[in-house]
Design a protein around this ligand. Structure first.
Ligand code: FMN
Length: 302
């Protein structure tokens, strides 16, 4: 079974990669399996300076997923380039760096810094983090801001740029068109949905930040609907994500129009989630009548 899939700047041996923020920089997971099995790796967000994230508690389990308000904790882009990315060099797997910031200037600073790294193949522009006070999600919910930051990052970058879309909008196609017009090479969709959960004993929200990003199986139908809508009106490559746990889930995303998929929350429940999906994918493709991954992409459109 041919699992290859092609995206701008990336030829993937299979379509499965861990999603940003759910895999750190790979070290912990490398103790469980050979990271060369992965189609690609999307690493944790990089900001201009180190960030310590939001106060705790900042994660909570929900009935079909999780809420998180980590707040883009990371050691800063320079340390990521010098101390984290070189570890991934020994694996036969392309690395996608995730770029975040509070201002357009910070996004550009991080992008320019990443130009000096030879350990990455593409950028994922995170304009959709719901858990930081400034920047983050407002770039991903206002089409003109999304357009501006995409254009400027694209101009500053030596690498293909995938823009990570926020689902916290009423018109995803309008947002996708804005970033495609600004020159995005591809889209990553979706990030988490803003949610809240109460602590009954304390009579207040469980998460110290009050709201958090909802991920996991609860958001899968929303992700699939949004990918389907964007694919229907735009011809732009898509990395799909949101609640994928099984190879069947991954196939649903391919049918909706994703060219590859990312797995986030499932890694916390099962560190082998990605290799399990990769190993099962040939059986599932065959069962539903497909000869390759590329054969399945977009076939769910009626
Ligand atoms: C704990 C946690 C941290 C995350 N951190 C990031 C991040 O740094 N950058 C980013 O673009 N997305 C981040 N995300 C969003 C995921 O990459 C993914 O888009 C989302 O969780 C949906 O996929 P899933 O349902 O498979 O988890 C994070 C998600 C979780 C659960």
């Amino acid at each position: 079974m041919n699992l290859t899939t092609r995206l701008p700047g990336l030829t993937l041996k299979n379509p499965v990669m861990p999603a940003s923020g759910c895999f750190g920089f790979g070290k912990e997971y490398s103790q469980f399996y050979d990271l060369s099995e992965l189609g690609a790796i999307i690493v944790k967000a990089a900001t201009g300076e180190a960030r310590y994230g939001n106060p705790t508690p900042r994660v909570a389990e929900t009935s079909s997923g999780m809420l998180n308000a980590i707040g883009l904790q990371n050691p800063g882009v320079e340390k990521i380039i010098d101390e984290e990315l070189p570890f991934l060099r020994s694996y036969d797997t392309p690395v996608i760096a995730n770029v975040a910031g509070s201002t357009v200037e910070e996004y550009i600073k991080v992008t320019e810094a990443l130009n000096r790294s030879e350990d990455i193949s593409a950028l994922e522009l995170n304009i959709s983090c719901p858990n930081v006070k400034e920047g983050g999600v407002q770039f991903g919910t206002d089409p003109s801001l999304a357009k501006e930051v995409t254009f400027k990052v694209k101009e500053a970058s030596n690498y293909p740029v995938y823009v990570k879309m926020s689902p916290n909008v009423s018109n995803i196609v309008e947002m996708a068109k804005a970033v495609a017009d600004a020159g995005a090479d591809g889209l990553s969709m979706i990030n988490t949905l803003t949610g809240m959960q109460m602590n009954l004993k304390q009579r207040k929200p469980i998460i110290a930040n009050k709201t958090g990003g909802l991920s996991g199986p609860a958001i899968k139908p929303i992700a699939i609907r949004m990918i389907y809508e964007v694919r229907q009106s735009l011809d732009i490559p898509i990395i799909g994500m949101g609640g994928i746990i099984t190879a069947e889930d991954a196939l649903e995303f391919l049918l909706a129009g994703a060219d590859a998929v990312a797995v986030g929350t499932a890694n916390f429940q099962n560190p082998l989630a990605c290799p399990d999906i990769i190993n099962d994918l040939p059986r599932v493709l065959k069962q539903y009548g497909f000869d390759s991954v590329e054969d399945a992409i977009g076939k769910g459109h009626v």
